[in-house]
Design a protein around this ligand. Structure first.
Ligand code: SF4
Ligand code: SF4
Ligand code: SF4
Length: 165
């Protein structure tokens, strides 16, 4: 009986210590992580090499990860992250990145589009427009070529296409 009591008290204090440590650790997190996370498209697609947007934001701030790994965010995102971190991105790098990231886009084959709007729901940059039950269209100037929409189309009518640069 006494042993159970001792274990209960120890567990209680251990729990308290862990909660306080977790709280303090949370307080120490750099606020830039949240700011950058809010800039990210929240597609959780893992194209950046991380399991989701928040881990990528954490890696940028805490591990000096490169800021150009989020393809769905496009080149605009690179500039926005650089602004938060107060670092300069040379214009030529942005232009090269623009070309690398934007070298493909997607097209919707109108004959097979049933207007379900699933593609538009999952597009992180709102590059797909169309009324429900009518053909949808990709706005090329906004599409970052992330290909997230492809796997959500039930009729496989979205095709990758080389972009005219
Ligand atoms: S690639 Fe971009 S949108 Fe996809 S999980 Fe990474 S940060 Fe999020
Ligand atoms: S239209 Fe498709 S490929 Fe283009 S940005 Fe949207 S989800 Fe990505
Ligand atoms: S998901 Fe496919 S079928 Fe549905 S609206 Fe988009 S392109 Fe058309």
């Amino acid at each position: 009986m006494f042993t159970i009591f001792i274990f209960s008290v120890l567990s209680f204090f251990l729990g308290m210590i862990l909660s306080i440590a977790a709280y303090k650790f949370q307080l120490k997190k750099d606020p830039a992580i949240e700011i950058i996370n809010e800039l990210l498209p929240q597609s959780q697609c893992a194209q950046c090499g991380y399991s989701g947007c928040y881990p990528y934001a954490e890696a940028i701030v805490s591990n000096s990860e490169k800021i150009d790994k989020c393809i769905p965010g496009g080149a605009d995102l690179i500039s926005q992250i650089a602004k938060v971190l107060n670092i300069e991105i040379p214009l030529d790098i942005l232009l090269i990145k623009n070309k690398e990231i934007f070298n493909t886009t997607v097209l919707i084959d109108e004959k097979n589009c049933v207007g379900c709007a699933k593609c538009a729901t999952f597009c992180p940059v709102d590059a797909i427009i169309g009324a429900p039950n009518f053909m949808h269209t990709v706005l090329q100037e906004f599409c970052t070529g992330c290909n997230i929409c492809l796997s959500h189309c039930p009729t496989n009518c979205i095709q990758i296409k080389k972009r005219d640069l």
